[in-house]
Design a protein. Structure first.
Length: 237
């Protein structure tokens, strides 16, 4: 009995050590610190964005209510460690996200540099009218957006936490989303293959508007937060 218990404990410790050694980055913002994150402030012409992690999660809120706009606008933060870091080309990114109103959509940007005008990257999105989907930026459709390359119905309840697991491994991309207080699904809701941008790195968390060419695109403030970020090597969730 003792030997069996000892063996179980050894295996558990070994699994924990392996998981830690495989981690590229973690941040639960429990210290209220935003060190290691780069704030973009792309909404400066429209009043800018307030960023704050003092409450133990990374909050992003536009300083002004946006007017109805016939195109996408947004703001967000870069994970500084990911910029130019080859390990972020193939990785799994797990985080918790919350949208605080129906004017706000959310995106995780991987394999690129969304800060640079004309940048290219893979976008893992939630939009109220489209559910969850993966698409590619820059959008050949211009300001009205590019069609998803993979999509599934999903609805975020305003003010509720959802866990997101994004995986990038070679051409294989996947996205799994579930309410944080519910069991994790066995499989991602969406998975696809995309050969572009495999040699780019980078990671960013972005909130953006509901434009007027979609139902409900009547403007309003943008407000979202994210938390419990864990990035692991290899891209196999």
């Amino acid at each position: 009995m003792v030997n069996a218990l000892t063996g179980t404990l050894v295996l558990a410790v070994a699994a924990s050590v392996a998981a830690l050694s495989n981690a590229l980055f973690t941040d639960d913002f429990s210290d209220g610190d935003t060190a290691g994150w780069i704030e973009v402030n792309a909404l400066a012409p429209l009043g800018g964005t307030a960023y704050d992690a003092s409450g133990g999660r990374y909050d992003m809120t536009s300083n002004a209510s946006l007017p109805p706009l016939p195109f996408y606008v947004g703001d967000g933060v870069f994970l500084a460690d990911s910029i130019g870091n080859r390990d972020y080309r193939n990785c799994a990114v797990r985080f918790t996200v919350r949208v605080n109103n129906e004017s706000t959509n959310f995106q995780f940007a991987g394999r690129g540099n969304p800060e640079t005008p004309g940048a290219s990257y893979i976008a893992f999105n939630y939009q109220r009218e489209l559910g969850i989907f993966i698409n590619v930026i820059p959008e050949t459709g211009g300001a009205s957006g590019n069609p998803p390359i993979a999509q599934a119905p999903f609805e975020f309840e305003v003010g509720r936490d959802y866990t997101v697991l994004v995986s990038m491994h070679g051409e294989k991309l996947s996205m799994k989303v579930w309410a944080a207080d519910q069991p994790e699904p066995r499989r991602p809701q969406i998975a696809t293959h995309e050969s572009r941008f495999q040699h780019q790195s980078g990671a960013a968390f972005i909130m953006y508007n509901q434009p007027t060419f979609q139902p409900g695109g009547n403007g309003g403030s943008l407000s979202a937060s994210f938390d419990n970020v864990v990035v692991t090597r290899g891209g196999r969730p």
